[in-house]
Write a protein that binds this ligand. Structure first.
Ligand SMILES: C=CC1=C(C)c2cc3[nH]c(cc4nc(cc5[nH]c(cc1n2)c(C)c5CCC(=O)O)C(CCC(=O)O)=C4C)c(C)c3C=C
Ligand SMILES: [Fe+2]
Ligand SMILES: [Fe+2]
Length: 329
């Protein structure tokens, strides 16, 4: 057996994860793993686990499964389908210079399994790329924890790099600008306001030193500058009773018509792929909230997904992180 390694380079794209099916049992399995992550719910396990097992996992899966059913596609969960397409496009771009795969932080395919598979395929250098533009302990750090926990079980570890957050990267801001401008040009109305909705976090994580909220605000400032018009920044998907980052997307959508904003276009720059939180919470429920509060026109503009602007951005960011590893094309 050759024990010198074959010197291949791996790229592991990672996103949050999603249930395997839009059913209550599948959602329950997914939420049990997701909401047991101490990076996501920072309440001592002795207090949180009885609440999670006794209440949350007996009530939320049925409600969430119903929400997933509204957005499920022939290719499965939108987040999974889009991540697969992003991975195929990136694999095609890099060709045989890289072994490209994807994993999910929760559910399947698991980060540890895919790292093992890359190692078995001869990768001795791996770039792990969590597709979160803004750094957050609950997302970026959680992916890194899971990857390093898996590496901790290997005798012969590959060398590792991780993709840093890219909230202010000109390639990201440029891709968002191109994508938003294309979506705006296709609308049959002119919005009075543009709303940039980011996933929320408990407010205390900001005081504890998480840069997430500030990175979201900086993304919105830079993008507003690039678009030549200010953005209304909001935070969505509140969970639990603690105070979360404000202003909340749903309360903003309910208030805007009363402030004279009757036509709104909303997008979610912090999500690299459309998912339950954008397609159900915003494009379906957010629209209802806005229209029933007196709004006349509502548009949800899609995430970068596997569109040309988003893929070109990823190629730029990934090529930069692979500097010195990758032979020039
Ligand atoms: C304490 C709870 C949660 C924190 C903190 C949180 C942070 C966080 N999440 C994302 C991105 C996504 N979240 C998604 C779904 C989702 N999020 C939570 C809870 C917290 N998220 C739950 C319970 C769920 C599941 C759905 C539900 O029951 O409401 C998704 C979509 C997944 C999908 O399958 O489509 C994404 C993406 C970020 C970026 C973030 C912190 C910055
Ligand atoms: Fe979430
Ligand atoms: Fe949600």
């Amino acid at each position: 057996m050759n024990r010198t390694g074959s010197g291949r380079i791996g790229l592991l794209i990672v996103n949050l994860g999603t249930p395997d099916a839009p059913t209550a049992p599948a959602v329950k399995r997914y939420l049990a793993e997701f909401l047991s992550d101490r990076r996501v719910v920072e309440i001592p396990a002795i207090v949180w686990q009885p609440i999670l097992r006794g209440i949350v996992l007996n009530t939320r899966p049925r409600k969430s499964a119903h929400a997933y059913q509204q957005v499920w596609t022939d290719e499965g969960s939108p987040l999974a389908a889009i991540t697969k397409r992003q991975t195929s496009a990136i694999a095609e771009h890099f060709g045989d210079r890289l072994v490209v795969d994807y994993a999910m932080r929760y559910g399947n395919p698991a980060i540890g399994d895919r790292l093992e598979a890359m190692k078995a395929a001869g990768c001795d250098r791996i770039l792990i790329a969590p597709l979160y533009p803004q750094y957050c302990g609950a997302t970026t750090a959680s992916v890194q924890d899971a990857a390093f926990a898996a590496l901790g079980k290997m005798r012969w570890q590959p060398a590792i790099r991780t993709l840093p957050s890219y909230y202010d990267d000109p390639a990201y801001i440029g891709a968002l600008k191109a994508s938003v401008e294309a979506s705006l040009a296709a609308l049959d109305f002119t919005p009075d306001a543009l709303v940039a909705s980011f996933h929320g976090m408990p407010e205390r994580t900001r005081t504890l030193g998480d840069p997430y909220a500030d990175q979201c605000l900086e993304t919105a400032r830079l993008l507003g500058e690039a678009l030549g018009r200010p953005l209304n920044v909001t935070f969505q998907s509140r969970f639990g009773r603690a105070k979360w980052l404000e202003p909340a997307t749903d309360t903003t959508l309910a208030a805007l018509p009363g402030q004279g904003v009757r036509k709104v276009a909303l997008f979610a720059p912090g999500f690299s792929a459309d998912c339950l939180e954008t397609l159900e919470e915003i494009a379906i429920r957010g629209r209802e909230t806005f229209l029933s509060a007196g709004g006349t026109n509502f548009a949800y503009m899609p995430c970068l997904n596997d569109g040309a602007a988003g893929l070109e951005m990823l190629e730029i960011l990934l090529t930069r992180e692979l500097d010195g590893w990758l032979a020039p094309s």
